[in-house]
Design a protein around this ligand. Sequence first.
Ligand SMILES: CSC[C@H]1O[C@H](OP(=O)(O)O)[C@H](O)[C@@H]1O
Ligand code: ADE
Length: 335
Amino acid sequence: MASAQGAFQGPVNIAIIGGTGLESLPSFEPIAQLPLAHPSLQTPWGAPSSPITILSHTRPGSKPLNVAFLSRHGLNHEFAPHEVNSRANIAALRKIGVRSIIAFSAVGSLKEEVRPRDFVIPNQVIDRTKGIRPFTFFEQGVVCHVPFADPFDNDLREVIIKALEAVPVLEATPDPDKPATAEIPKLHTSGLVVCMEGPQFSTRAESHLYRSWGASVINMSALPEAKLAREAEISYAMICMSTDYDCWHEEDVSVAMVMANMKANAGNARKVAEVILDTLAKADDHDVDPLIRKAAHGEALKGSTLGGLSGVSVVPETRASVNSRIGWLFEDWKH
Ligand SMILES: CSC[C@H]1O[C@H](OP(=O)(O)O)[C@H](O)[C@@H]1O
Ligand SMILES: Nc1ncnc2[nH]cnc12
């Protein structure tokens, strides 16, 4: 891989963002690594959290699928959630061609039926960050408001859910009345994630409040990542891995508790990633679902057509600076 440092020519349409406990995906073949100093990773907001590794996934009988991998908290978990440079992460991925992001996240559970080690593909988010993280590309002369009613791309969620339902890595269709099978984590195909500021965990009162809102899980990473992906016209879905019952349950949450379950989750997360990439690698099969083909080829999914500069207003005096700062991020921007 080292010989390919920086030499990757693309295309790479799909990225995986790894979170806590998922700093790499060793079961995939790395074919190139773009170091932090690589020109492609320079953005007006600095460099991303980690080098970007290009992984190749081969499914027998199909063309290899290239996937970019970025570690959200850095290679050695050096960035706390509030320190992650999400603007640089999203912009760097967009710069190398990415149009779909599958983001992994360790979450606390706010519902009895979401057991530690279960997986959730959320469809909604409540923002409990405190406005201290830079959360938009649109500022300094650019005024733009993108739709965010469905914060996660439902097309991409469908691709992920179909892939996981077809292969028994996770137990599909959770039934709260059925006794849990201890060994097989469940797949919850929808859910409401609360994204809190952190880095401290919630108080018990907060945890009960989020439960009263009907929330399923809680993390510190869904935002502003999902908002920035939407602005940059990248379809974005999150795969949440439950590591603990948040403190509403009984015990206080501790990092030791999170990490113990995350260690078990990491193996499952790799299997989950493999199943999804196997499905995307089928893109050129004649009978493949059109959504799978679109996702694999980087064609527009729902969430990658809602952002951008289409609704923008820019005063003429700032147009040149806007162009140089963010014009390159948006394909349809009229310079
Ligand atoms: C170490 S527990 C809190 C931490 O874990 C999650 O990280 P990620 O979403 O990157 O997997 C959570 O969001 C917090 O940042
Ligand atoms: N209980 C929790 N609260 C916030 N983020 C988390 N990540 C994992 N567990 C968490």
